[in-house]
Design a protein around this ligand. Sequence first.
Ligand code: HEM
Length: 484
Amino acid sequence: MGPLMILGYLVGGWITTHLLIFLYNLYLHPLRNIPGSRIAAISELYTSYLLITGEYCRRTLELHDKYGPVIRTGPRELSFNTLTAFNEIYGGRLRTDHVYEKNPIAYIQGTHESKNIFFAQSKAHGRYRKILAPAFSESSVREVEPTIKYQVDGFIRALRDRRNGQGNFPTKDGVVDIDAWATYIVFDLLSALSFGEPFGCVEKGEEHPWVTNIFGVITHATWVQAAYRLKPYHKILEKLFIPEWLEGKFTRHLDWTKKTLKKRIENPSTKKDWLTFYEKGLDEEELFDSFNVLIAAGGETTASTIAATLYYSTHTPGVMEKLVKEVRGRFASDSEIDIAEAKKLALVRAVIDETMRIHPAVPVGLPRIVPKGGRFIDGHFVPGGSWVSASQMSACLSPMNFFEPRKFHPERWLGDKRFENDNRGVFFPFSLGKRNCIGLHVLAAVLMTMEQFRNCSYHIYSHEIDLEFRHRINARKQGSFDLE
Ligand code: HEM
């Protein structure tokens, strides 16, 4: 037999094996009766394509709209959008063998070793959570309130006083790119809280290279996940297809974190920052890995929520005027603003909740693995090892759960009768259970102090709300609004 013939047999065998796998996935797989995308059910190729094109969340939502509360989104993967599914998948479990572990597919970068709260499997997770969570409690966030207010004040001043259009400062007409500015303030704040020193984005009116790099890290993670879904071809796919400009982003992020943390450790601060909470509980590697994820996990989510809050409140007629009235009615001047008091303002809260409903900062379903032996979810038996998730976007933008789900209606959180049948129980922007977000009080504090914007009167753009904005994972919007 000649080499060409051997090659022919090998290729033929490879094609036949894959065809058989495709047929098995479609007609014999235990999940075969769950409705959904047939092309996604055959192979991971389609999901990988959706991930790298940023269409994954939108497609999942479309499939839920078409087929209902449970859909098949991959050969061994299901997506749900009901309250019972959220509780089953993410809610607390007493026995560790009943826990739906985080699916490593979503968290593969670098050496795959994780010494941090975000990626650790549940046994190790408990210890990290115990050490890290106290720094994020409501009372601890109050302790760092002066740093938050100081940074937000600088941000307001930069927008008000430096109008020359240079370095992304507002133009002479007062136009700013709010997406960029929300990024500046959030990353400055996170670095001030983590390392005692802001990145300096607000001061310069431009993004620090570390911040630009972090957005690259997030995009890189999506590409790596897309490749790993196609195991055993992942290594070669990573080499061939991950764009060159993303190479080295992750390593650079780690280097930056290491260098900055080291500098902070060598220069003890008198101000309260997160290191003061963690120094005792974590070893050097864990400390470094924790800060590496805190900056990445807290930055993009918070910045996009702030940009979206300002975007929707300035683009929905009447909302900004009412907000200004409510905030001015409670606080006569900037210096009076107090986070705990601001949280009591009903419209402010409703606007923030409605923004997070219509624009979830984490729109994608958080991927989990069904425990050994399988579980029933919404009446469907799902075998152990299957991949499952319930996503905020699929739940919160579904007409099954909300009236006029794709319209911005803060009134739905204020008892308006039109929305009395809304299923507000599925609103979990910070997830739920033992792995819910520890940073929610930080977000609340930043948003509340942000209301200092009330002293600026807004020139509201009248164009339509950009639906693309919230439909893309990791997309960066170049929206702008006028400051007068
Ligand atoms: C709008 C702002 C934010 C949103 C919507 C958000 C959302 C989430 C969600 C959905 C999770 C669950 C992830 C999963 O299970 O895979 C999570 C976890 C987490 N978030 Fe946030 N987050 C925000 C801001 C922050 C901030 C400011 C920080 C801190 C600086 C932070 C730190 C964390 C950490 C450490 C976890 C892991 C918790 C654990 O596994 O125990 N987040 N976040």
